[in-house]
Design a protein around this ligand. Structure first.
Ligand SMILES: [Zn+2]
Length: 215
């Protein structure tokens, strides 16, 4: 069980995908799950679109439901190599619920929490300049290796600045992270599960640092 935490723009999504590939892990990304949830055209789906646009976090019960549906699916798998969670839990109440769920499914052993730390300024820069492919949805990070791209390097689609990455909503998200997720990080630190990684390095170097700590 690997939980990846870090402020928006820290590259935790990218690292989660690398880990998933390397160890054949199951993946849960709250951002991705919420984007899927928005597409369900019901009351919650529509409300989530409005709320997330303003940089406000989705309520606990919505996140917990998404979690539970996924964990139940993983439990049904014949071959389960573990899970990497990208950006969740990010509030104390979610962390407690998550602990409870892991015990329920008997997955409480070997939980590692990796905190990818970057400064607020770095986070802000990466987010205001991050782009997304209009065709396949690929996120193009604002890092040296991608800055020159004019088109998507996967499918050739056009790139646009992501809609939830407006300066005001970014400020709000970073503020929320400090207020709500830093306590989660401290919560895991007290349990001796926390590993801190310097996120202001190239993707490959961050990944190597993570691998070292997993041995
Ligand atoms: Zn693309």
């Amino acid at each position: 069980m690997i939980i990846l935490l870090g402020p928006a723009g820290s590259g935790k999504g990218t690292q989660a995908k690398l880990l998933r590939k390397k160890f054949s892990l199951e993946y849960f990304g709250s951002g991705e799950a919420l984007r899927q949830r928005q597409k369900v055209g019901d009351f919650t789906g529509r409300k989530l679109i409005k709320v997330l646009e303003r940089g406000i976090w989705a309520p606990n019960f919505v996140i917990s439901k998404l979690w539970m549906d996924e964990l139940e699916k993983f439990k049904r798998k014949r071959k389960f190599n573990g899970l990497v969670s990208d950006g969740s839990p990010r509030r104390i109440i979610e962390a407690e619920l998550f602990d409870e769920a892991l015990k329920w499914y008997k997955w409480q052993e070997k939980v590692k929490v990796i905190f990818i730390n970057i400064s607020k300024k770095e986070s802000f820069n990466r987010l205001t300049k991050r782009r997304q492919c209009k065709r396949c949805g690929r996120l193009i990070p604002w890092l040296r290796e991608f800055k020159k791209l004019k088109k998507c390097d996967k499918c050739g689609g056009p790139l646009v600045v992501r809609i939830d990455d407006k300066p005001k909503s970014i400020e709000k998200r970073l503020e929320e992270f400090k207020k709500k997720t830093i306590p989660v990080i401290n919560y895991y630190k007290k349990q001796g599960k926390l590993i801190e990684i310097n996120g202001e390095q190239p993707i490959e170097k961050v990944f190597q640092d993570i691998l070292k700590t997993l041995k």
